[in-house]
Design a protein around this ligand. Structure first.
Ligand SMILES: Nc1ncnc2c1ncn2[C@@H]1O[C@H](COP(=O)(O)OP(=O)(O)O)[C@@H](O)[C@H]1O
Ligand SMILES: [Mg+2]
Length: 453
C-alpha cells in the first residue's frame, strides 16, 4: 500500500472526507472539497528524558511585559497596549478595506526604533515604495521583501532576525513542503503554524494579513483564529471613510476593544472623537432618524440610526438592514406587531446605520424600535434625544451595561434627553441624570415620546 494517503478537505470549513463529495456534509457548500496529501502526524515522539518538566507557578521567572508600541494610539490600544514580542497577530478584513495601508503605517512607526521586515506576496517593492511615498512614510529600518515562499521568508529571518515581521497576506504564501496551491486551507494553516513556531522560538512579533472571503471568514471559516494569539478585524463600508479596528481574540489583552480610524489621503488617521464625525450629517427633526448610543469595548459611540417604512409593491414585503443584525430587526418588528398592534405586513422596512458602522450590541434595540415607530407614525423624535436599551420579546425594555459612559458621551456631545431602561435610569447619579427618561416597556415609549396611549 502506498504511504501517500490523500484526503479531501472542504476549503470553506476544513471538513475532511476520505472520498470526494460534491457537497460538504458539514457546511453544505458546493464544490468545496479539494484533494490533498494527508500530513502525517508526528508520533507522540519526545522521549521522557527530553520532555520539559512541570514547574511550580511560584518558580516561573517573571519577565516584565515589554510591549512593542507603535505610537498609533488606537492601534496599540486594540492590541492591549502594544504588540507582545513572540506573539502572532492576525489582521483580517474585506479586500480593499485598508489592511495593507494600516499595517504599513504601523510598521513604519515601529521601524523608527526597531528592525522591521514587511513581506508582501501581493505587491512588488516598487508598488510598496509608491504606497509609502503616497502615505509620506519615512522609515530607514523598514525592510521590504516581495516573496510568497515560506521557506524563503524563514531563511531571510534566520540570516538577520528582525524584531517584527509583517506578512501581507497569509493567503498568498505557500510552503514547498506541501504540493498545494497558495490560499488553500492546509497551506494557510501550515504557513501560520510554522510562523507561530518562529515567533515563539525567536521572540519575534508577527503580523499576518488575512482576507475575509465572501462567506465572511478567513481562508475558510476562521481556520486561523485558534492558531494565532490575537485576531483583529478592520471593518467598515468601502464607500465610507470610517473604519473600526476590533479585537475579537486576544491572549494578551482584553477583547472587544475598538480603535477608530478615518481613511484619508495620507492613509488611516486616528479619530479622537468618533461621535462627532458620525453625527456630522444628521438631519434634525426628520421622522425615522434617531441617535443611538452603543458601547464598543470601552468606547461609547453616538450613531445615527435611520429607519424607513414604505408601502410595498411586492407580495413579500422587503426587510433590509445595513449595520444591524437582520434577525434582530425581524424580532423587533414582530414585537411591535404583536404587542403594540402595528402592522408591517403591507410595508417594506429599511434600517441603516449612518457612516457604514456595524452595531452588534443588543443595546441598540430600543433606538431601532423607536426609529421604526417614528417612521411608521411619521413623527420625528426630539433632536436632542439619545436612546439605548435592550428590547425583550414581551415588549419590555431591559437594562444594559455602561450607563454612565453612555450618559457622559451624550452629555459631551450636547444632548440633554436620554431615553433608557428604567433600571438604568434608577442607578444613574444625580449629576449625570439630566433629562433622563426611564422606560419599562415599549408601551411607555409610545406614551412618552409619541404621546400615544
Ligand atoms: N495608489 C492608490 N491611490 C489612491 N488610493 C489608493 C491607492 N492604493 C489603494 N488606495 C485606496 O486605499 C484603500 C485600501 O487599500 P489597501 O490598504 O490596499 O486595502 P487592503 O490591503 O485591505 O486590500 C483602497 O480601497 C483604495 O481605495
Ligand atoms: Mg492589501
Amino acid at each position: 500500500m502506498s504511504n501517500k494517503k490523500t484526503i479531501f478537505r472542504c476549503q470553506q470549513c476544513g471538513y475532511v472526507s476520505p472520498k470526494w463529495l460534491g457537497r460538504c456534509p458539514d457546511c453544505q457548500s458546493w464544490q468545496g472539497l479539494v484533494e490533498e496529501m494527508a500530513i502525517k502526524k508526528s508520533s507522540r515522539g519526545a522521549s521522557l528524558s527530553s520532555r520539559a518538566q512541570p514547574l511550580a507557578l511560584a518558580d516561573i521567572p517573571f519577565e516584565s511585559e515589554d510591549r512593542l508600541q507603535s505610537g498609533i494610539g488606537e492601534w496599540d490600544r486594540v492590541l492591549g497596549g502594544g504588540l507582545m514580542p513572540g506573539s502572532i497577530v492576525l489582521l483580517a478584513g474585506d479586500p480593499g478595506i485598508g489592511k495593507s495601508t494600516l499595517l504599513l503605517q504601523a510598521m513604519a512607526q515601529l521601524a523608527q526604533t526597531r528592525r522591521v521586515l514587511y513581506v508582501s506576496g501581493e505587491e512588488s517593492p516598487q508598488q510598496l515604495k509608491l504606497r509609502a511615498l503616497r502615505l509620506k512614510i519615512e522609515a530607514p529600518n523598514l525592510y521590504i521583501f516581495s516573496e510568497n515562499s515560506l521557506e524563503a521568508l524563514l531563511e531571510v529571518i534566520e540570516e538577520k532576525p528582525p524584531e517584527i515581521v509583517a506578512v501581507d497576506s497569509i493567503q498568498t504564501f505557500h510552503s514547498r513542503q506541501l504540493d498545494l496551491a497558495p490560499g488553500s486551507i492546509t497551506q494557510v494553516r501550515e504557513c501560520t503554524a510554522r510562523l507561530m513556531r518562529e515567533a515563539k522560538e525567536r521572540n519575534i512579533g508577527i503580523f499576518l494579513i488575512g482576507h475575509v472571503t465572501k462567506e465572511g471568514s478567513i481562508a475558510g471559516p476562521r481556520a486561523l483564529e485558534h492558531l494565532v494569539d490575537t485576531v483583529i478585524y478592520l471593518e467598515g463600508d468601502r464607500t465610507h471613510t470610517f473604519r473600526l479596528l476590533r479585537a475579537v481574540k486576544n491572549r494578551y489583552g482584553s477583547t472587544n476593544e475598538v480603535g477608530v480610524f478615518e481613511m484619508k489621503e495620507l492613509g488611516l488617521e486616528e479619530v479622537p472623537n468618533p461621535s462627532q464625525l458620525l453625527l456630522a450629517e444628521r438631519p434634525k427633526g426628520v421622522a425615522g432618524s434617531v441617535v443611538a448610543c452603543s458601547v464598543e469595548g470601552t468606547r461609547p459611540l453616538l450613531v445615527e440610526l435611520q429607519a424607513l417604512v414604505s408601502t410595498t409593491g411586492w407580495m413579500q414585503p422587503r426587510r433590509t438592514s445595513m449595520g444591524v443584525d437582520s434577525n434582530r430587526l425581524s424580532l423587533l418588528l414582530a414585537v411591535l406587531e404583536k404587542k403594540l398592534g402595528f402592522n408591517f405586513a403591507q410595508h417594506d422596512v429599511f434600517v441603516n446605520v449612518a457612516g457604514g458602522v456595524r452595531l452588534l450590541e443588543p443595546a441598540v434595540d430600543l433606538a431601532m424600535t423607536t426609529a421604526l415607530v417614528s417612521t411608521y407614525l411619521d413623527r420625528p423624535v426630539p433632536p436632542d434625544l439619545v436612546i439605548w436599551g435592550e428590547v425583550g420579546l414581551a415588549g419590555e425594555v431591559r437594562g444594559v451595561g455602561h450607563t454612565a459612559i453612555r450618559a457622559m458621551e451624550a452629555s459631551k456631545m450636547g444632548f440633554s434627553k436620554y431615553l433608557m431602561p428604567k433600571s438604568n435610569a434608577d442607578r444613574l447619579s444625580q449629576e449625570l441624570a439630566g433629562d433622563c427618561i426611564g422606560v419599562r416597556s415599549l408601551q411607555e415609549v409610545l406614551e412618552i415620546v409619541f404621546n400615544k396611549g
